[in-house]
Design a protein around this ligand. Structure first.
Ligand code: SF4
Ligand code: SF4
Length: 443
């Protein structure tokens, strides 16, 4: 019981823990239990471990620590639990206790204490790293094979960093394409979109301004905090949340929109419910939700002939109840042949940094998703989450699937462009899975 006074974050979960009546229903859906096949790796097992820490004074180490870290935070257990137990929250509280004891992964600790708190430094570091990646790493088969292995990540495929981050690419104020703005929106660009997937940010800004929205991109915005609090560092996550609250207040905006499923979950719910900070003084919307439910978008669309399937990010479907909107968006585009994959809402195994820290388990969980994708025979896998995109890209590469990932907004953007090009040159060659990047203005 020596640690008791230092366990107050976990103690706040005691009612949640006590609501579990050990029925075991959650075991039928938990991806980590499905692979590890041990009771302690089930949601019920993790709850009993957390209880033993609080009530029997068992130390938060060894197998207990391992089980708190190998949960994917996918919320499938919470979705099915008849007692509405949030095992994911119990696990996060346990991780917060681990971080307070200094048991945070050493690389994460260094990143969270330095660059992630300083957006300017993060952008600069990413820019320098992007050149290093291009000059020394990419195409060097020895380094590409050795570095992930030495880092304990097996044959993990690293995504490519962009030379010019989205935050530095677009002006702070982006007026609508024509006429008076119908709305002034604050665009929250998640770190992965900003540093790696800048084409998604380009598409988001083009689609919003096409729909007569004025897009404000505050330069000083910081990370949404999800990789930080998911790892247990609540202190840094709170600091980031406060930075974002300050940066977005006083912008005279009607709402905040983000195209990253994890960021919208963090900004809408977690900063308030988990960290006790916020909420924002204007509503926060996921981009799919905003385009389908909030504004009347231009439905005069051009044809985009492509066969597409869709993967539900856990934090969008279970975290925010958004699954109909991206499907509606994809299916309204002429030429899109939409194929629903089996278990579209099953976790892909990415879970942010989990795919790096628990590479083998992540890959095993992901291979079930890869099978679902393969069976659709789709050439494009659409998902509005950069973390899922990274995992799916890795799976597609290693499993030899002939497909590529794409954000729903990128397809909508192509549709508007194809309409503007009035049936001439098509941006998507539907016979392959390639863009015409020159038309998209990408490198
Ligand atoms: S489904 Fe809910 S009540 Fe049943 S064992 Fe799992 S967490 Fe406990
Ligand atoms: S959040 Fe997902 S991985 Fe974690 S215990 Fe629940 S079902 Fe299992």
């Amino acid at each position: 019981m020596a640690d008791k006074k230092r366990l107050n974050i976990l103690e706040k979960q005691i009612d949640e823990i006590n609501r579990c009546f050990r029925c075991g229903l959650c075991k039928t859906v938990c991806p980590s239990y499905e692979e590890l096949k041990i009771e302690s790796a089930s949601p019920r097992g993790r709850i009993q471990f957390a209880k033993s820490v609080l009530t029997a004074g068992r130390p938060l180490e060894g197998a207990i620590q391992a089980r708190m870290l190998d949960c994917l935070n996918c919320m499938r257990c919470a979705e099915i639990c008849p007692s509405e137990v949030r095992t994911d929250r119990i696990v996060l509280a346990a991780r917060a206790e681990l971080a307070r004891k200094g048991k945070l992964n050493i690389i994460k600790k260094a990143v969270f204490k330095t660059v992630i708190r300083q957006p300017k430094l993060m952008n600069l570091g990413a820019r320098i790293a992007s050149y290093g990646q291009r000059w020394f790493y990419k195409g060097n088969e020895i380094l590409e094979a050795l570095i992930p292995r030495f880092a304990g990540m097996g044959d993990k495929h690293f995504p490519e960093l962009s030379h010019k981050q989205a935050l530095n690419k677009w002006p702070e104020i982006n007026p609508p394409d024509s006429g008076k703005p119908v709305m002034r929106v604050g665009y929250f660009i998640g770190c992965a979109t900003n540093l790696m997937f800048t084409g998604v940010a380009d598409a988001t800004i083009r689609v919003l301004t096409h729909n007569n929205i004025e897009v404000v991109i505050p330069r000083k915005q910081a990370c949404c905090g999800i990789p930080v609090y998911s790892s247990g560092d609540y202190k840094t996550a709170k600091r980031l949340a406060k930075m974002n609250l300050e940066v977005f207040s006083g912008q005279n905006i009607d709402c905040i929109v983000t195209d990253c499923a994890s960021c919208s979950a963090a900004l809408k719910h977690e900063i308030k419910e988990l960290l006790g900070v916020g909420p924002f003084d204007v509503p926060v919307y996921d981009l799919n939700e905003f385009l389908i439910n909030v504004i009347k978008i231009d439905r005069d669309l051009g044809e985009v002939p492509m066969k597409v399937t869709y993967h539900d990010p856990c934090h969008l479907k279970r975290g925010q109840g958004i699954f109909r909107e991206p499907r509606e968006l994809l299916q309204m585009i002429p030429g899109v042949e939409f194929i629903e994959m089996k278990d579209a809402d099953r976790c892909c195994g990415g879970a942010g940094t989990f795919s790096y820290t628990h590479h083998n388990l992540s890959r095993k969980v992901g291979s079930r998703k890869a099978d679902s994708i393969r069976h659709t025979d789709a050439r494009f896998v659409s998902t509005p989450c950069p973390s899922c995109k990274m995992q799916l890209d890795d799976l597609i590469y290693h499993e030899g699937i002939e497909a590529r990932t794409i954000h729903p907004v990128e397809i909508l953007d192509m549709s508007y462009m194809n309409k503007a090009l009035s049936g001439g040159h098509k941006i998507v060659d539907c016979r392959s899975n390639k863009y015409d990047h020159s038309v998209m203005g990408e490198k």
